[in-house]
Design a protein around this ligand. Structure first.
Ligand code: HEC
Length: 279
């Protein structure tokens, strides 16, 4: 038998031994945890439990191959083009080093996965979470949010997931027959239009990055001005921009307040034409 050239020699005084491990995990009402189950130098096993959400940011690992195996629940794994793999209980996904992905809990309850990683753990990472531009190329890593903007982002994310995701998808990919994609949408850029659109909604055909959407005019974006205060809308939009825009700027509550006051006599949803007239 020939030993692999790469395998480290076992030292004279080393006495490797088998070790039992358990896969018991807590049941959670919210949030997520990752627990180390067992590891050696070349392989590491974790359990990950997600009450909701997942790893929202598209990223890659350059120093390990890893696999997720679903023990309970259901997950969706997306690549950088938005292509989706649905992984059900007792199915798994192999993620080779360098492959971009993000995942979401798409079941009704806790998602419990076994994560097995293998590779060169000490090797230098070239950026862990990586955002991709429209051309699929990596974008520069964003500077962290200020404490004040983080305080908008965090509740904004929760509101987005509870209110907007049903039509626009948890990862901003849009939902056929309900709402268009927000990921890389050019509507995230102009703040005056964006805030108006969320305050009073939109109806009729609309182009997103030059692609026609809602050509029949059957779909509508509801108005949120009646049910959401300035702080809430600023939070959602700070989150949406940070996740899905190339050069994101937070949206401040004062901006929403100003635009709300300026459009207070509006009673109908915006049309694309009306919004484009706003500079
Ligand atoms: C009931 C489904 C629905 C919900 C809920 C909803 N939207 Fe929309 N949204 C739409 C539709 C439909 C359009 C396209 C409107 C049109 O055709 O003029 C749209 C358009 C948009 C656009 C501009 C187009 C784009 O793709 O960038 C943004 C931005 C947006 N919505 C943000 C939000 C935010 C933020 C929320 C949560 C506060 C939300 N939406 C909730 C259905 C929805």
């Amino acid at each position: 038998m020939q030993a692999s050239a790469n395998a480290a020699r076992i030292a004279e005084n080393e006495k490797p031994k088998s070790k039992k491990f358990s896969l018991k995990t807590p049941y959670m009402k919210q949030g997520r945890v990752t627990q180390l189950v067992a590891e050696t130098t070349n392989m590491w096993i974790h359990t990950k439990i997600n009450a909701e959400g997942g790893e929202n940011e598209i990223h890659q690992h350059l120093d390990e191959d890893h696999a997720f195996i679903v023990l309970e629940g259901q997950m969706s794994v997306f690549d950088e083009t938005g292509a989706e793999l649905k992984i059900e209980q007792y199915q798994g996904v192999m993620i080779p080093r360098g492959a971009y992905y993000r995942y979401l809990n798409t079941g009704d309850d806790n998602l419990v996965v076994l994560r097995v990683g293998a590779g060169a753990k000490k090797q230098k990472q070239e950026g862990d979470a990586m955002r991709l531009g429209k051309d699929g190329k990596p974008l520069p890593v964003l500077p962290p949010l200020s404490a004040a903007d983080q305080a908008l982002y965090d509740p904004g994310k929760t509101t987005y997931m509870n209110t907007c995701a049903v039509c626009h998808h948890e990862a901003g990919y849009g939902n056929a027959g309900k709402g268009p994609a927000l990921l890389d949408s050019d509507w995230l850029e102009n703040e005056e239009r964006l805030v108006r659109l969320v305050l009073h909604g939109a109806r009729g055909p609309i182009a997103i990055n030059g692609e026609p959407f809602n050509s029949e005019g059957a779909l509508e974006m509801p108005a949120w001005a009646p049910s959401m205060d300035d702080q809430k809308i600023a939070g959602i939009l700070t989150f949406v921009r940070r996740e899905w825009q190339e050069n994101p700027q937070p949206v401040q509550p004062a901006t929403v307040a100003r635009i709300r006051a300026a459009t207070s006599n509006r009673s109908t949803q915006w049309t694309e034409k009306e919004l484009l007239e706003i500079k």
